[in-house]
Structure formats: C-alpha cells, structure tokens
Ligand binder design. Structure first.
Ligand code: FAD
Length: 294
C-alpha cells in the first residue's frame, strides 16, 4: 500500500528504519526484531541503502525478504550515488516487480567518493532530480529527507526550505526528518514549510540514544545539535545501562511533547535494535495513553 494512502486513511503513522544486515544470522535477527515491532502495527518499515558502502545488493535482498515474509509495507531507500544513473532503471524495475509501492529518494552521502560525484551526468545532482526520474516509474509514492535544523551544506534555512519544496514539487508525497533532539527545530521547520506551502505529511525522525558516542558522531556528521544540558548529562554517565535508560526516557518525553503539539507521524531510527523502541512505545502507551496499537 502507498504510504500516502496509509497516512491519509489512518491520520497517523508509525515506522521503523533498519539498515541491511551483512550476515545470514544478522538477517534472521532483523526479521525477529521486525516481528516483535509488528505488535505496534507499523505503517511501514524502511531499509537504508548506504551510498558508497556497496550495500545496494544487500538492501535489495533484505527488502525482497521482508516483503515476502513479513506482511508489512516495506520501503527501500534509493540514493543518487549508488547505483549510477545509467544503472538505476534495473534497480527500480526490481522494486517494481516485487510490488514495492514506496521509495525514499535521497542524494546520499558517499564518504568514499570524490567530491563532485553528483555531476548531473553519471549521477543525479540532487534528490529532486531522482524524484522526477522515479515519478516516471510505476507511479511510486516517493518520500524525501527533510531537515529541522537545515541540511548541513545549506547556506540558510530559507534556502533549505526552497530546495525541500523543489523535491515536493517534483512529486514527493511525504518527508521524513533527520533526527533532532530539540523539538522546537521541528516546530519552526513546520512553520517555514507552511509559509512555503509545503503541505505533505512530515514524519518526525526519532533516534533513541542508546550509545552516546555513536549519537555524538551522527550529530557531528549531520550537523544536528545535542543541547549542552543533554550533552553534559550523557557524558557524565558511567554505565551503558544508565545511558540506555536515559535515552529511552528522553525519546519518550520527546514523542510525548510532539504528540501534545499535534504531531501524529513518527519514524524511529532503530539502528537495527528493537529493545529501546519497544520500551519507548510501551511507555507512551501505558503512561500517556497514546494509541500506538489501536
Ligand atoms: P538533497 O535534497 O539533494 O540536498 C542535498 C544538498 O543540496 C542540501 O544542502 C540542499 O539544500 C542542496 N540542494 C538541493 N537542491 C539544490 C539545488 N537545486 N541547487 C543547489 N543546492 C541544492 N544517506 C544514505 O546514503 N543512505 C540512506 O539510506 C539514507 N537515508 C536517509 C533517511 C533520512 C530520513 C534522512 C533524513 C537522511 C538519510 N540519508 C541517507 C542521508 C542523506 O543522504 C544526506 O543527508 C545527504 O547529504 C542529503 O540527501 P538529500 O536527499 O536530502 O539531498
């Protein structure tokens, strides 16, 4: 089913992001985790495809497996970096033949590639070019990445919003945000989007902190602020159990605040784990009576 239709009919959305496992045992574990998370009736599962890390075949493989075995809507990520532009068509046809109706279209961040790889010839320059290309296939429902704090390379938030609008105007039907730890960035972004008439659903991307060093690294790479009080609190913790517990509490409070402010679309960056996300969703259901499973 198309994600745009799921969101329209239910008025809310809950989704989980995974990356493709490397080994068969990793695959089995992932399917077990998805099975457990299915108790929360997710609208969809998404699978990353890391540009430059040769994960395209792994993404294709696990998407096929989830699609065949899990009875859940699965959305592959497709980047402008891998495959090259000339090799994109067979990949898209593969997803089309599987019956996949949704794609998250991204430029990608290929660490191993030379600067200038997105030259518009061998590779599309921007995600908006990929969206335009994908819309000619199978009438996919296309999602795109959006950035509450602005994309790290954007000169300012106004320009960032204008480029986001370009992706929507090319046919993207929903956005998923970069992780954020300060909700006001999300609220401010939504005001900018409203002013620029970006009216598609914007799904809030939540990353529970379960490993502070990892979270710090992701934040650095993507230009996401970890507020100083949060930074200090996590840095002073000396056990990984304390970090996980604090990360679960923090994400639960973050979701609650978003919910109380009218947000109904949530996407969890699971980092291929389910324990923290399950606890957060249980917290929200039991303490705050949020209807995750209704
Ligand atoms: P774009 O929308 O193309 O934007 C890239 C930059 O170009 C921005 O600074 C933008 O402002 C600028 N820009 C856009 N259009 C124009 C224009 N016309 N003229 C000038 N400048 C312009 N990466 C992966 O490799 N694999 C994944 O699976 C993956 N999944 C992700 C999922 C989500 C939800 C998010 C938020 C990010 C994900 N990423 C992934 C990271 C993403 O690829 C990077 O953030 C990347 O740097 C930008 O991708 P984009 O699709 O937003 O690019």
């Amino acid at each position: 089913m198309k994600i745009s239709d799921i969101i329209k009919s239910s008025g809310k959305s809950l989704s989980f992001e995974f990356f493709p496992p490397v080994t068969p045992i990793g695959e089995d574990r992932l399917l077990e985790r998805i099975n457990r998370l299915k108790a929360f009736a997710p609208s969809f599962i998404s699978v990353t495809q890391h540009a430059g890390r040769n994960t395209l075949e792994k993404t294709k493989h696990i998407v096929k497996k989830i699609h065949a075995e899990m009875d859940v809507t699965v959305m592959p990520h497709v980047t402008c970096a891998d495959p090259r532009r000339a090799e994109l068509e067979p990949v898209i046809n593969y997803y089309k033949e599987l019956g996949t109706e949704n794609i998250l279209a991204l430029r990608g961040d290929p660490e191993e590639y030379e600067p200038g790889v997105f030259d518009g010839e061998t590779h599309f320059r921007y995600a908006s070019d990929l969206v335009r290309f994908l819309k000619t296939y199978n009438n996919f429902c296309i999602g795109v990445a959006v950035y509450p704090e602005g994309h790290i390379d954007s000169p300012n938030l106004g320009i960032d919003t204008a480029f986001t609008k370009q992706k929507i105007d090319q046919g993207a039907e929903f956005g998923i945000t970069q992780m954020f730890f300060e909700n006001f960035y999300y609220y401010q972004m939504m005001e900018r989007f409203q002013q620029d008439r970006i009216n598609v659903p914007i799904i809030a991307g939540i990353m529970p902190i379960t490993d502070f060093q990892k979270a710090e690294r992701f934040s650095d790479i993507s230009g996401v602020e970890i507020p100083i009080p949060l930074f200090t609190k996590f840095e002073e913790m000396d056990s990984s159990e304390d970090v996980i517990k604090a990360g679960i509490d923090l994400a639960s409070e973050q979701c609650l605040d978003l919910w109380e402010n009218g947000v109904r679309y949530f996407h969890f960056y699971t980092l291929n784990r389910d324990e923290a996300v399950i606890q957060i969703l249980n917290n929200l259901a039991s303490q705050f009576d949020l209807p995750w499973t209704k």
